[in-house]
Design a protein around this ligand. Structure first.
Ligand SMILES: [Zn+2]
Length: 81
């Protein structure tokens, strides 16, 4: 089983919640080791969750998801010829 970036992002919230299939989690961990984009996404998402968890706010800031995906699209477009 190999996942691509899109699958990694789709599974990211479940991954961070710890409610994820162990096989999929292993795939994400392997993926972020060689994928700078997903590694950055995982780090920033984890930081946001960590910061917001202090206030027991578990929803992502408004528009975060859209901005995140726009950012990822941008990075991917820069990578591809
Ligand atoms: Zn990736």
């Amino acid at each position: 089983m190999r996942i691509d970036c899109k699958e990694a992002w789709d599974a990211l919230s479940a991954y961070l919640d710890g409610e994820i299939d162990p096989v999929l989690r292993a795939e994400i961990e392997r993926h972020v080791q060689f994928c700078e984009v997903c590694s950055a996404v995982l780090d920033s998402t984890r930081n946001i969750l960590y910061l917001t968890a202090d206030d027991r706010v578990f929803e992502l800031p408004g528009g975060f998801r859209e901005r995140l995906h726009a950012h990822i699209d941008e990075m991917l477009q820069q990578d591809s010829p």
